[in-house]
Structures are given as structure tokens and as C-alpha cells.
Design a protein around this ligand. Structure first.
Ligand SMILES: [Zn+2]
Length: 239
């Protein structure tokens, strides 16, 4: 039985004769350790420390400590690269929205939550109570990793839509606020001001179908807007 399995890289690590203090690790497919996911490398290191292993892992083709050292170096390399990548992708490429998001989390005293969507996607978001004039005005905003949603606006479709904005931020980086943020705020304010007398359904149609950046966010967040609109229509008819 494999002790660890990496489906992506087709690697299966087997462990035998643990009591004899020997272990063999086999990979069924050639693994480039630099490409090797961190959890697989960690598995190699864990087992190595556990049982003072004899490594017999292809394609390392080295025995004993050399193999362990190689795995350890790769784990460190992957760890550093991961942190650097995170720093550049979020705190450099998306700096303005990250900063704004972090400030809003503090001001709104938002709490982090995670939902698992029907597609199995885990989305982190920050939840806040609409206690002040400011928090009532915001209702929902997406700033890089910070998806901020109020207590009356946090259903799965909204979270997925905001996740779509979060992905737009990833693609557009420093230009996100200019291309998406400002039009989004303007569209939102215009809708609140000019569509006061419109039905819920009409307001939703205008906002999510006509406004291209909102439609794009729906697409990236995998939101079935037609289904949402149909639900609103049914609700409206029932009232
Ligand atoms: Zn939106």
C-alpha cells in the first residue's frame, strides 16, 4: 500500500518493513524533485527521519543520506519559492487592493470564513456586521484575496461572484482598481440612485448582464446568473 500518493505527478511512495528500520520509496513515474509537490517531498523526509531509511527512489538513484539531502534541499527551495511567489503575486502585483482590503478588514472588524462551493472550491471570505453607516454602505467588495461581505449579502452565488472579481484582480494586478474597481463602484452607485423604482429582477439584469465587468466576474466565479434571475422572478411573482 502506498503511504503517500501524488495524483498530479503520478507518484506513489511505498514503505515496507518499517519494523526492520528499512524503507523503500518507489515512484511509478519519473519525478523531477524541483517540480515535486511539497507534500510528497515532506513525506519522503518524514519517512526518512522516522525509520532511518534506505532510499531507493527512482529517479534519485542514490542511496542513504544523499537522497534525503536532495529531498530536503528541494523542500527548502520549494518553500522559499512559494513564499516569494506569494509575496510578488499578492503584495507587489496586487499591492493597492491588498492594502485597501487589509485596512477594510480592520475597520469593519471582519472575520475570516471559508465556504466549500457546490463545485468543491474552497473560498475564503471576510464577514462583517452592518453596524455602522459605513458598513451598511459597503455590503460587498472584493479586493485581491480580501472578499468582504456583509451579514445580509453572503449567499454562495454572491461569494462566487466576488471570487470572480478576486480572479480579475489576479489577472489585472495594478490595473484592477482602474479597470474594474472604479467602474464597479460607479455602476453600483448609479444603480442605487437611478434604479430605485425598478424591480429586483430588472436591477439584477441590468447590473449582472449589461455591465461587462460584472458579467466577466460571474464567468470567472462560475455563477449561473440565469438560475439566480429565475429565482428572483419566482420570488417576485409570489409576493
Ligand atoms: Zn460585482
Amino acid at each position: 500500500m502506498p503511504v503517500k500518493e501524488c495524483i498530479k505527478h503520478g507518484a506513489k511512495l511505498y514503505c515496507f518493513n518499517k519494523d526492520d528500520k528499512t524503507v523503500s520509496l518507489f515512484s511509478e513515474q519519473k519525478i523531477d524533485l524541483k517540480e515535486c509537490p511539497e507534500d510528497v517531498i515532506n513525506a519522503i523526509i518524514d519517512v526518512a527521519y522516522d525509520v532511518k531509511m534506505i532510499i531507493n527512489a527512482t529517479p534519485i538513484k542514490k542511496r542513504n543520506t544523499e537522497g534525503i539531502m536532495l529531498a530536503r534541499n528541494c523542500a527548502e527551495y520549494n518553500g522559499v519559492m512559494k513564499k516569494l511567489k506569494y509575496f510578488f503575486v499578492y503584495w507587489v502585483w496586487q499591492f493597492p487592493q491588498m492594502l485597501l482590503g487589509a485596512i477594510l478588514v480592520k475597520i469593519l472588524k471582519a472575520e475570516k470564513r471559508t465556504i466549500t462551493t457546490k463545485d468543491g472550491l474552497q473560498i475564503d471570505h471576510w464577514y462583517f456586521k452592518r453596524e455602522t453607516k459605513f458598513s451598511r454602505f459597503i455590503s460587498g467588495v472584493s479586493l485581491a484575496i480580501f472578499i468582504l461581505l456583509s451579514d445580509n449579502n453572503n449567499d454562495e452565488d454572491t461569494i462566487c461572484h466576488e471570487y470572480g472579481h478576486s480572479r480579475q484582480s489576479l489577472y489585472l494586478g495594478l490595473f484592477y482598481l482602474l479597470i474594474i474597481g472604479i467602474p464597479s463602484v460607479c455602476g453600483n452607485l448609479w444603480s442605487r440612485y437611478a434604479h430605485k423604482d425598478w424591480s429586483d429582477y430588472d436591477r439584477h439584469c441590468w447590473y449582472y448582464i449589461i455591465l461587462k465587468w460584472e458579467k466577466w466576474a460571474d464567468k470567472l466565479g462560475n455563477v449561473d446568473r440565469i438560475a439566480v434571475l429565475n429565482r428572483i422572478l419566482v420570488r417576485q411573482r409570489l409576493v
